[in-house]
Design a protein around this ligand. Structure first.
Ligand code: NDP
Length: 421
C-alpha cells in the first residue's frame, strides 16, 4: 500500500502487543497489564467462598470494546463471553457512534426497592392504616438495621403501604449509594418485616428487594447517515432500513426478543466483566421490556435521511462496591479500563454499549446480513471443535474463511493440513 506498511489495527495485534499498546496510551496500568498477561486464576480461598460446592474455575475470554465515547469521555469496555462476534460488533458500533460525537447517557437516581409482604391479613385496610400511622418507627428500624449506609448519605428514601387483595405490602425505596444494594435492602426489609410482624401479630410472608424498576438509563446517539453506509448501500438507505427494522420490532415480539438479545450481548458481557450480578440486570431489563404488557424493543431508531437517531432505555441495577466486585481482580481492572468510578459511570457505559451493540447488529442485518461476519469469527471455534490445536487453529481458521463453515469441511481441511506437514 503505497510502499508503506500500515499500522496494525488493535484486533490484529497479538495479545501481548495489545496489552503493551494499552499501557503506552495510558489506558492500562503496567501492573494490571502484568496481571492480565499472567492469566491468573482466583486464589483457592476466594473461589471457595464465591461458590458453593466449588470444583474448579471456568475461564472465558476477557476482551475490550475500543473507543466507546460516552458523555464525551472515551472508554475501553471490558467484556466477558463465549461469542466471538460480540466484542467485534461492539467496537464496530462504537466506531460508528464516534461519527456522531459518541453516545449521550442520562442516568436516573440510583435506588432499589424492597418489598415486605403480609398474606391473609384479616382486615387489610386497618393494617395499612396502622402501619402508615407508625411510619416513623419504620424509618427508625431501617436506620438501625443498616446505620453505615446513612453515614454514606444513603438509606431509606420512601415508604409506601398498600393493600392488594388480602395481602399487605410495604414498599421501601432505598438508596444504596455505590453498592448494587440487594443485600443491604434485604437486611433493611427483614428488620422492618420483623417489627411490623409484631404490630400485626403475624409473621411477614416475605421480605426482599425487587429487581424491577421502571426508571431507565437513557442512551442516545445521532449519527450522520454516511457513517452507516455499507460496501453496497449508501448510508441513507441503510439508515432507512435500520429504522424500518426497528419499527417492525414494536409490532413483532419475535423480532423484539432477538433485538434485545443483541443489546444484552453487550450489557451482559460487560456486567460479568464488572463482577456484577448479571441475573439481576437481565431480569430487570426483560421485565422493563414487557412493562406495557407486550414485549417491546429496548431501542428505537429513526432517520430523517441525514441523521440516524437511536435511543436505548434500559434499567441497570449495578454496583461498583460490594458483592463480588472487590474479590475479582479482573472486575477491578474492568473498572479502571472503563474509567468507571461510580454507579452512574457504570450505568452510562453499559447503556452506551448496549446501544452501539444494537446498531452494529441492525446494520449487519439490514446490510450484508448477520452471517458473513459472524461465521468468519466463528471459524476459530469451528477449527477448535474439529480438533485443531496450537498453531493449527490459526491456519485452519484462515482456510475456513473461504469455504463452507461446517464441522465436516473443517475436519477435511485439518486432515489435509496435517498431511501437508
Ligand atoms: P454488599 O452486601 O456487599 O454491601 C455493600 C458493601 O459495600 C457494604 O459492606 C458497605 O459497607 C460497602 N461499601 C463501601 N463503600 C460503600 C459505598 N460508598 N456505598 C455503599 N456501600 C459501600 O452488596 P449489596 O448490598 O450491593 O448486594 C449485592 C449482592 O447481593 C450481589 O452479590 C448480588 O448477587 C446479591 N444478591 C442479589 C439478589 C437479587 O438481585 N435478587 C438477592 C440477594 C443477593 P458498609 O456496610 O460499611 O456500609
Amino acid at each position: 500500500y503505497g510502499g508503506k506498511i500500515l499500522p496494525k489495527k488493535f484486533y490484529q495485534l497479538s495479545r501481548e502487543e495489545r496489552l503493551q499498546q494499552l499501557v503506552a496510551e495510558g489506558s492500562l496500568a503496567e501492573n494490571d497489564a502484568d496481571y492480565l498477561a499472567a492469566n491468573h486464576v482466583l486464589p483457592s480461598a476466594v473461589a471457595a467462598h464465591l461458590g458453593e460446592n466449588q470444583l474448579g474455575q471456568f475461564p472465558l475470554p476477557y476482551g475490550i470494546a475500543r473507543t466507546l465515547m460516552v458523555n464525551g469521555v472515551t472508554r475501553n469496555v471490558a467484556m466477558v463471553g463465549e461469542e466471538p462476534s460480540v466484542v467485534a460488533a461492539a467496537s464496530n458500533g462504537a466506531r460508528m457512534a464516534l461519527a456522531g460525537g459518541g453516545v449521550q447517557v442520562a442516568v436516573p437516581e440510583h435506588t432499589v426497592t424492597g418489598e415486605v409482604v403480609f398474606a391473609d391479613v384479616a382486615d387489610p385496610d386497618a393494617a395499612v392504616a396502622l402501619i402508615s400511622s407508625r411510619e416513623d418507627d419504620i424509618w427508625d428500624a431501617a436506620a438501625y438495621a443498616h446505620p453505615s449506609i446513612i453515614g454514606r448519605g444513603g438509606g431509606l428514601k420512601q415508604v409506601q403501604v398498600q393493600a392488594i387483595g388480602q395481602f399487605v405490602k410495604i414498599r421501601l425505596v432505598i438508596d444504596p449509594q455505590a453498592a448494587m444494594g440487594a443485600n443491604m435492602v434485604n437486611t433493611i426489609a427483614e428488620a422492618v418485616a420483623h417489627m411490623v410482624g409484631q404490630w400485626l401479630h403475624q409473621e411477614a410472608l416475605l421480605a426482599i428487594l425487587s429487581n424491577y424498576t421502571d426508571d431507565p438509563v437513557v442512551a442516545t446517539v445521532a449519527i450522520p447517515v454516511a457513517a452507516v453506509a455499507t460496501k453496497s448501500l449508501p448510508g441513507s438507505v441503510v439508515a432507512a432500513r435500520i429504522a424500518a427494522a426497528s419499527a417492525f420490532g414494536f409490532i413483532d415480539e419475535e423480532r423484539a426478543t432477538t433485538n434485545n438479545k443483541g443489546i444484552m450481548n453487550g450489557i451482559e458481557a460487560a456486567t460479568i466483566a464488572l463482577g456484577n450480578d448479571y441475573r439481576a440486570v437481565s431480569t430487570a431489563v426483560h421485565a422493563y421490556a414487557a412493562q406495557s404488557g407486550a414485549y417491546q424493543p429496548l431501542t428505537r431508531w429513526t432517520t430523517d435521511g441525514k441523521m440516524l437517531h437511536g435511543q436505548l432505555r434500559v434499567p441497570l441495577q449495578l454496583g461498583v462496591v460490594g458483592g463480588a466486585t472487590a474479590a475479582l481482580p479482573l472486575a477491578q481492572i474492568a473498572m479502571r479500563l472503563g474509567k468507571i468510578a461510580t454507579v452512574a459511570d457504570a450505568q452510562a457505559v453499559l447503556a452506551a454499549l448496549g446501544l452501539v451493540q444494537n446498531l452494529a447488529a441492525l446494520r449487519a442485518l439490514v446490510g450484508p446480513g448477520i452471517q458473513s461476519g459472524h461465521m468468519a469469527l466463528q471459524a476459530g471455534a469451528l477449527a477448535i471443535a474439529a480438533g485443531a490445536t496450537g498453531t493449527e487453529i490459526d491456519a485452519l481458521t484462515h482456510l475456513l474463511q473461504t469455504t463452507d463453515k461446517t464441522i465436516g469441511r473443517a475436519k477435511e481441511l485439518l486432515a489435509q493440513l496435517r498431511a501437508d506437514k
